[in-house]
Design a protein around this ligand. Sequence first.
Ligand code: ADP
Length: 367
Amino acid sequence: MAIIEAQGIRKSYGSLLALHDVDIAVEEGEILALIGPSGSGKSTLLRVLDLIEPATEGELSIFGIDVVEERGRWLDLRRRMGMLFQRPIVFNASVYDNVAMGLRYRRASGDEIDRRVREALEAVGLSRYTRSRATDLSGGEQQRVALSRVLVTDPEVLFLDEPTANLDPTSTATIEEIVVRLNREAGMTVLISTHDLAQGGQRLAHRVGGVMIEGGTIAQTGGPSSDVFRAPKDRRIARFVGVQNIIPAGSSPGARGGSPRWRWAGGRSSRRPPPPADEVEMVIRGGEDVSLHRREPMHEEAENLFPAMVTRIEPAAPFVNVTVRCGCDLVALVTARRADASDFVRGMEVWVSLQAKAVHLIPREER
Ligand code: ADP
């Protein structure tokens, strides 16, 4: 069930159009990521959905309530949601008082405040800092204080606006673990904005719910059947999600001297015949989809197998980008260990294999 449903959202600040034509649905119990470059409108959308500020136009329903019609219910609805911002807001007081603040404001009893503050601090692993001054803690710990201040109010939906953008990798991992646990164990619905693709796509989210690109609108929504990482809908999104290979289909790789050995299978192209080669480009992720072999594999099941020559080797820790020429240039991402073991050098002859389903087609655009 969708607990947040928005349609045709538009938000302007004076003459600046921050959001337009945004449709999004957040399902109960999911972790949904909004990804996009800085300035694309992610924070603005979170603030609109969290009822921090109104949309200029559009339909919005939260927990089944039409919030455009029912402005009088905003405060109640807002109390069922919580937002963690990029920069932790902590006050120069004890960790306990920082977390208790929201409950005191809601006039909870002393015993209840005590119990809930302890639970919220335990949830973020800060129990032993209860009496510390919040401003003395590290950035990552302050963000956990801010998170427990949100959790103490027991939100049904947690909004996270670039929550780890200012944190080191260890603190980032801690916050991510907490968020996943809240989702798994407490069934909390989570909506997170991030420009960190690994966070949005692989580490945290069940679903990348929107790619905000092109200033202020959702250029592509993802889901189990349309993964923005594997099936970006155009060149701009493919570039944003870090696809290594975008190749005009007309110059596709092929067996030496022979015709291309692509079988247009999988993804969108499975039901239709392949479009004319001059109208499409092929998107191929360089990761596990492209395999390099030192000898012609005897039992390779990939639909595409062709000889190639290594033309470039570039370290990109923890991987190595190996470019091979096989009718066109194809970049394969090989783990550093694998690259060492295989002794790839420029000029070496290799075999490249990839599944037909690793090839995704996008419309060809003028460069
Ligand atoms: P993101 O979160 O993707 O970095 P934002 O939602 O913060 O993007 O910003 C989207 C656009 O809206 C930017 O051009 C930003 O300058 C503008 N914007 C955001 N909030 C305001 C505001 N309160 N007043 C004026 N412009 C704003």
